[in-house]
Structures are given as C-alpha cells and as structure tokens.
Design a protein. Sequence first.
Lengths: 116, 234
Amino acid sequence: VLVGFATLVGFQLLGEIVARGSGLPVPGTVIGMFLLFVALAVRGKVPASLQKTSSSLLGVLPLLFVPATTGALLRWREVAGDALPVAVGVVASTWLAMAVTGLVFSRLIRDKEKTP
Amino acid sequence: MNSLSTLSREPLLWIALTVGLYLAAQRLQKALGGFALLNPVLIAGAILALFLGSTGIPLVDYDRGGQWIHFLLGPATVALAVPLFNRLHQIRQSLMPVLVSVAAGAVTAAGSAAGISRALGASATTVLSMTPKSVSTPIAIGVAEKIGADPGRTVLFVVVTGILGAMTGTGLFRLLGIRDRRAQGMALGVAAHGIGTSRAVEIGETEGAFASLAMGLTGLLTAVLLPFAVRLFR
C-alpha cells in the first residue's frame, strides 16, 4: 500500500513540476493523472499495490471534498445580494450541461455502434 | 481549561469532526433509502460551516485539520488514472463522441451560467465569476483571476455546482432517458468536475473512468478557451 501511495504522490509531484515548468493552465494533479495513465498504458497493467491504494483512496473521495465545501459555504454572504440570479443560474446551467453532454454522447455513440 | 480551549487550534479535533460528520451523514443517507439528495458532502460541509459561523471560530483554525484531509485530494485525483486505464478499451472506442460531447457540454455550462444569471440581473462580477463553475477548483481559480472575476465567489459556485450535479445527476438521467453508463459518467465529469466524478466512481468503474476523462478535458478546454471567449463577448 505504501508503494502505491508513493507512486501517486510521486506522479503528483511530477505533474506539479510539469505544470509549473510549462506554464500549462491545468493543475499539477490533473497532469499527474494523465502521466500515470500514460505510464500504465506503457506498462500494460496496474501493479497490485497501486490498485489497492487507489481503490481505497477513491472509496473515500467524497470525504476529501468536505473541507473545501466548508470553506466555500462560508462565503455565501458575498453573493447574498445576487441570491436569486445565482441560484437559478447555477441550478439551470448545471442541469443543462449534464443534459447536453449526456444526450450528445448517447446520440453519437448510438450512431457509431449501429454502423459496423 | 486553558489546555482544552487550545484544541480548536490543533488539527486533531477538526480531522475527527470532519471524518465523523461525513460518516454519520453517509449512514443517515443509507438508513433513509440512499437518496442522492441527502448528499453526505453537503450535509457534513453545511454542519461544519454553520458550526464555525455560529461559534465565530475562524476558518484558518478549522483548516489546520481540514488541510490534512484536503491534501489527500491530490493523490486521489492522480489515482483516477487507474479506473481510466482499466477502461481504456472502452474509451478508445468512443474517442470522437467523448471529444464532441465535452466541447458541447463545456460551452453550455459556461454560456448558460453567464446568460441566465445576467438575464436575471446579477452584477457583472458575479456573472463573470459564474463562467468557470464547471471545472475543478484550482483551474476555476486560475481562470477567474485571468478574466477579472472574483475567485472567492467562483469557489462557492464551483462547490455548489459539483454537489448539485452529484445530488441530481441520476434523477436527471432517468428523466431524460440517458441510460448509457458512459454517457452518465461524461455528464457528471463535464458539468460537476471532481465532486460529480466522485459520485460517478461511486456508481461504477465505467462511469468513474469516463467522468475522470471528461473532467480533465473540460478543465483543459475551459482553461484555454474561456479567457478568449470572455474577451470576445465583452
């Protein structure tokens, strides 16, 4: 498990170095994810320790968002004056984005998988 | 008593409280039939925010513990590469639909957020701060700074968007007849970034893999294109 964790932190560090060195506008963690993905693709399989660590980390993934959520919710006062447009805007645009993405993908994949 | 009161300025109490509240909220959700609306992240976060707000304990004190949990988000994001790799064959077969639906969804997210809040009379800064709300927090903050929005407000919109997507995603998919697991993952990843992706991982590995991919691509696209789009519309 420790080897798996070291792998993850190592790729995170690598991603952070790439992000800062290249000036790419993407966070180091996301670059680290893609680098690890490439490394796994080259290697051809997931080492057991990495599989174990990532399964347990991803199992508690929602918990890891709680501190950020707490901090964000404490900022509600800053938009209190715009409460209605903000509430409607957030809800409607989130549903629209999910609907458009899901429907476009379903449609394209159905067309693709129908034609051999 | 002095030694007891310093507990609020040490990590232990806050780590225990955060994990404890999350576990309690998760049990509650299960006990009440597993409704996605009873989102444990929202319940735990809201209770903590209410507690801090009512006691006047500063957020920096909470963060002494909170940052330990928050830190693990980094390695956990990297870990999303594993389900992504495990579903590589599925992704390879659907590259074109992935790219097109990410582009359509990302444009819809930013455009409708700005358009709707503007039409309803939100201030210009609020409208701008809404546009990066569908991407994960670090990207959203960077974009908000670049386009002259308020990063603080953006963070709030990002978090609320993510939780809302996680809460209502499955209901919306049922309503619209979106049954394909890959499509559900895509929708959660594009519209609701990491929090939506964590929900997708919960639903299944296929959903999680497509959500991770969608989240990464949406972040990249938004970070690169949104600053140009904002300049164009101004």
